[in-house]
Design a protein around this ligand. Structure first.
Ligand code: ADP
Length: 447
């Protein structure tokens, strides 16, 4: 029955009670007293029902609902229905929540829920194992008090969580952990912890293998090139052997250059700390690089532009190797009718930018993201003919990373390429006198 229907019944019943009261009052000679008595009776009944309802509502869980009819019965059955529905939804929510907790707990990665103050709200079994967390003691503790790695504190402070942070823990053997923070909700964070010790071990095995293989190849190669040189200097050698021997020498030199590049890469891979370095004489370096290009039998025009007198601070040998790789590439791929521009400037944010711009063949856009991969060549035929193995840009990238910077490449096919070494502002020192720039420029472009 609907509540409105039950209300009409209630009104009809009260009306009948009033009529009965009026009739009894009329028989006794006091009609209004009879009506008042009937109204009091009806009111008393409603109050009694209200009392039963309230009594039941106070302890709905353990008591049976009152056995009332009419409008009160309707109210009771509605409350019972609502209660049942609420209990059903609550149970369903609880089941989903438990399922979620069970699956997160069974995850092979550590999961920690952090509140807005970086305090631990919840963590799964694996997070406890990886970070040595104890459920009772460590809940509601700040995560930085438990993971006491300065790099981790810096990572949280910086607030840039695009890349995971790798930390090394020395508890019960060396463990390498990758930590990724995922912001969610308002200011809450999910912290994912993964044990990457196995990958790190494999990576280090790979690096050791390349370094050892390159190292072992160097000595036999030196012997082979030495003998070839001696043979080629011998005038009594059979003339038909001269050309094959020359080719063998070229190939041996190519191999030696690949081995030397691989050794350079292994050395750069092994470096962990950024070099302090010293100011690099860019004018002198650019002049040397320019001379190297001009010394080639066929070469394009080379210009140097030092647009800032700020000095670059870094490891001299590494900077020289990076810049000469870029200039060497530009010279290799630019025709004699083209031109190369070496440019040094400091941008608005204080970053130092050394770029090598050429009017060579350019590189198609699809190759640009893979250009710094080891042994990646756009046109292997052309690159091999130019004497390249595809390691040069990989070395440049590593050197730039070692200096806290990056390598930017812009290129348009048929127009040319610009390779830019971007150095962070901390590697740029504004020391040199203003007028010395003109002098540097003059000497860099001379000869
Ligand atoms: P390589 O020793 O073969 O030149 P790099 O790593 O230096 O290897 O360069 C990778 C590839 O990028 C090269 O094979 C070449 O195809 C392309 N490349 C590099 N520099 C230039 C350039 N200035 N112009 C056109 N292509 C270039």
């Amino acid at each position: 029955m609907k509540i409105s229907q039950a209300l009409w019944f209630l009104l009809a019943r009260i009306g009948m009670t009033v009529l009965a009261g009026a009739f009894v009052g009329w028989l006794l000679g006091h009609v209004f007293v009879g009506i008042a008595g009937a109204l009091a009776l009806a009111l008393g009944w409603q109050l009694l029902n209200l009392y039963w309802l309230e009594h039941w509502l106070q302890d709905r869980g353990s008591r049976d609902p009152p056995d009332t009819r009419g409008v009160w019965g309707e109210v009771v059955s509605r409350v019972v229905r609502l209660h049942r529905r609420k209990r059903f939804h609550k149970q369903r929510l609880l089941d989903v929540f438990r399922e979620l907790r069970r699956s997160t707990a069974a995850m092979p990665d550590g999961v920690i829920v952090l509140n807005r103050d970086w305090e631990i709200a919840w963590f799964n079994r694996m997070a406890g194992r990886l970070l040595d967390l104890r459920r009772r003691n460590d809940l509601h503790m700040r995560i930085t008090n438990l993971v006491r790695d300065p790099a981790f504190a810096d990572y949280l402070q910086a607030g840039v969580f695009v890349q995971p942070l790798v930390i090394t823990r020395n508890t019960a053997g060396r463990t390498h952990l990758a930590i990724q923070i995922v912001p969610y909700g308002g200011n809450q964070h999910l912290m994912l912890v993964r044990d990457i010790s196995h990958q790190v071990a494999l990576e280090s095995m790979r690096k050791d293998f390349v370094a050892n293989a390159s190292h072992e190849l160097r000595s036999p190669l030196t012997v082979v090139t030495g003998y070839l040189e001696t043979l080629l200097q011998d005038d009594g050698i059979d003339p038909t052997l001269r050309n094959p021997l020359l080719e063998m020498q070229r190939q041996a030199q190519r191999m030696a250059s690949i081995v030397s590049d691989l050794l350079d890469l292994s050395r750069l891979d092994a470096l962990e700390e950024e070099p302090v370095g010293a100011p690099v004489d860019l004018a002198l370096l650019c002049a040397m690089l320019r001379k190297d290009v001009l010394a080639r039998p066929v070469h394009p025009e080379v210009r140097v532009e030092l647009l800032s007198d700020a000095q670059l601070v870094g490891d001299q040998a590494e900077i020289h190797s990076a810049f000469s790789n870029l200039v060497d590439n530009a010279a290799k791929y630019t025709p004699a009718s083209g031109s190369i521009l070496l440019e040094w400037q400091v941008d608005a944010s204080g970053q130092g930018r050394f770029s090598v711009r050429d009017t060579g063949p350019g590189i198609a856009a699809e190759h640009l993201p893979r250009l710094t991969e080891r042994f990646y060549r756009v046109d292997s035929g052309r690159s091999r003919a130019a004497g390249g193995a595809g390691l040069g840009l990989s070395i440049v990238k590593h050197i730039m990373q070692h200096h806290g910077g990056s390598l930017e490449v812009q290129s348009t096919e048929g127009v040319g390429s610009t390779f830019t070494c971007v150095f962070p502002a901390r590697r740029v020192s504004l020391g040199c006198a203003k007028d010395s720039i003109h002098h540097s420029l003059k000497s860099a472009n001379a000869g």
